[in-house]
Design a protein around this ligand. Sequence first.
Ligand code: SD4
Length: 346
Amino acid sequence: MSTTSRREFLAQAASVTVVARALTHSATAADVPPVLSQPQPGPLVVSTWPFGKPSNEQALKILKEGGSPLDAVEQGIRLTESDLGNPSVGLGGIPNSEGIVQLDACIMSGPGHRAGSVAAVTGFQHPISIARRVMETTRHVMLVGEGAMRFASEHGFEKGPEVTEGQREAWKKWKAEQPKPTTGGARPPAPNHDTLALILLAPDGNIYGGCSTSGWGYKLPGRVGDSPIIGGGLYVDNEVGAAGATGIGENVMRFCGTFLFVELMRQGRHPQEACIEAIQRIAKLDPKGFDLSINFIALDKQGRYGAAGTGSGFQYAVASNTYSRVEQSPGLTAAPIGPVGGNQGK
Ligand code: SD4
């Protein structure tokens, strides 16, 4: 980074509370800009939350065994989708307000700028694989609800429970506590909703990504979040890089969140700078300021990566052929600047 842009970045990051970047470092450094990662060759995988770590490792294993980068993304995400103990990805997820788990997912290939997506799918174990099949066998990008499920059945995708026993019990308890009739969608107690977004720089320099979630717990039936929206929960641009999101989808999709991150990287920002600047921009537009529960990861063509979230930030996972670890993102907490109206989300 040039001295000028470094200085600008330091000034910009002054409102950022930084918790130690690597969890192995115990010191925390408020008001100190995060370390900027250096370029590195692929394979490099970045994903949201600590549960992304085994998914990253699975993706690298698939590559090592000769799988394609898309196989790596898909199989990495399938690993987390298969974990019925995960309350926010796959069929172990928190159901919607009617007690049925409703899944969203998408996948993107940098080469060819291809995308596939499914939303509001119930009873299928691997929405990421259905999304990939949409991308590879149809002329469409996105299938939703009934049509997506008919497509999945015709293609023989594995079925699973509508909801796990444990989640059904929790839902019943939640339901009993709700005022009747339930309107407007209930707000689940945090942290009730996390998404796996996984972005990959392949050894040949191409970029890929995928995203999978059960979404906002106890959401209204038919609600679709940011995760299956191209440019919302995931965006891949093979000339620049990729970004993925987790958090309250309503606060991501209104801003074309990941598209914005990639555009900032296109303008020359390091992924870490892009994450901070984009969240600041979103917080400036949104009347809720930084009280948004949104978190992002970003990766560029040079193998540099970064992440940031509102509030205390979030943990994300990074892996290459030589390491696999969980890191802590910076958290942005500064006061809102110039609210302009709006009422979605939170
Ligand atoms: C959604 N973005 O459906 C997802 C949920 C999530 O952390 O990632 N929460 O809005």
